[in-house]
Design a protein around this ligand. Structure first.
Ligand SMILES: *Cc1c(COP(=O)(O)O)cnc(C)c1O
Length: 371
């Protein structure tokens, strides 16, 4: 194996495996020609409802659109506050700011990099309209604790940003079906990806589901009856067809991801200077990213690059340091764990087709890079 041949993710092997099904489903859409809201859209939603156990699935144009529509459905508007974390992808806070509301940042648990529930209560004010934990890297946050705090404060809605965790389990339940609303992304590199942009919203609240279906299509209750302000937020029929095909192997892929994650953790236990991720007993991670931590991260990444191991940093700058949010967010307490994580994290190649030898080779080169 040449040192340059390790891919960070491997969509080519996945396509080779599913080619007949993917090609067939795409051809079927080309044949029927219903590119917008074709039959595959509802078919996919039904499959995802069954998969998550959530009563309602609404496919949308992206994970970002899913979060935006969820907040719009909850009536989030200028002057409101949404509690979330700073150590996440920008979209989490972006949708809050887009609506004129304030992202309120609490710190993460340094072990999981997910929202620390113990910090949430102090962030709640009479302006709080939602709490939005992120299931970062594919491991669900402490949703039960967060739900309980939200319930104690008059039933504040909880939105799970599950863009990286579709397929993950938490206490026997599925990510996206753990709170008022769950939002995921089908961006190609996510655990369940399409061939472009796509996403989905989940809720078991029929009223919210109806509102979100309307917001998805310009706030239409019926054709040309616009009862509320909405967006152009539909997921393409072609993308739904791709996800339908990928669902055929999704259980296998999730099992592979979990297995590969366990193997990484085992191999990394022998490497001094690298902190492997930790997964709670009552949940698993689908490893949307397999992210480790080390001191002198940037130097380690330089060396890994010369050793032929591709890496990525999720995420190098917490959102409270970003130009778009630094003056408009509200920070509660210290964000020291978010800041420390941003300086130390990096992600290793992770996909269901990663074989044992390649994994061993990656960890060997990582040991060299930190030595
Ligand atoms: C990918 C991602 C999103 C946005 O999803 P898109 O489909 O790219 O819009 C939101 N939040 C998190 C945590 C993500 O990783």
């Amino acid at each position: 194996m040449s040192t340059s041949s390790i891919p960070f993710i491997d969509l080519k092997s996945q396509y080779a495996d599913l080619k007949t099904s993917i090609d067939g489903r795409i051809q079927a859409v080309l044949d029927h020609g219903q590119y917008i809201m074709g039959p595959e859209v509802r078919q996919l939603e039904e499959k995802l409802e069954a998969y998550t156990g959530s009563r309602h699935c609404i496919t949308v144009a992206s994970g970002t659109e899913a979060l935006l529509i969820a907040l719009m459905a909850l009536g989030v508007k200028a002057g409101d506050e949404v509690i979330t974390t700073s150590f996440t992808f920008a979209a989490t806070a972006e949708v809050v700011a887009l609506l004129g509301a304030t992202p309120v940042f609490v710190d993460i648990d340094p072990v999981t990099c997910n929202m620390d529930p113990a910090l949430v209560e102090a962030a709640i004010t009479d302006k709080t309209r939602a709490i939005m934990p992120v299931s970062l890297y594919g491991q669900v946050a402490n949703m039960d604790e967060i739900n309980a705090i939200a319930a104690r404060h008059g039933g504040i809605p909880v939105i799970e940003d599950a863009a990286q965790s579709f397929g993950a389990s938490y206490k026997g339940r599925k990510s996206c079906n753990l709170s008022t609303i769950g939002c995921t992304s089908f961006f190609p590199s996510k655990p369940l990806g399409c061939y472009g942009d796509g996403g989905a919203i989940f809720t078991s609240d029929a009223t919210l589901a109806k509102i979100m279906r309307e917001i998805r299509v310009h706030g239409q209750e019926r054709r040309y009856q616009h009862t509320r302000v909405g967006v152009g937020g539909r997921m393409d029929t072609l993308q739904c067809a791709v996800v339908l095909a990928k669902l055929e192997k999704f259980d296998w892929e999730i099992a592979q991801r979990i297995e590969i994650g366990k193997r990484y953790i085992e191999l990394l236990s022998a490497v001094a200077g690298v902190d492997a991720p930790t997964v709670g007993q009552d949940r698993d991670s689908v490893w949307g990213q397999f992210t480790v931590q080390a001191d002198n991260r940037d130097a380690v990444l330089e060396r890994l690059k010369t050793l032929g191991v591709p890496t990525a940093v999720h995420y190098p700058i917490p959102l409270h340091f970003q130009g778009a949010y630094k003056d408009s967010c509200r920070i509660v307490g210290s964000l020291k764990h978010s800041e420390r994580a941003a300086s130390r994290v990096f992600s290793l190649p992770m996909h269901p087709y990663l074989d044992v030898q390649t994994q061993q080779s990656i960890v060997k080169r990582l040991a060299e890079a930190v030595a």
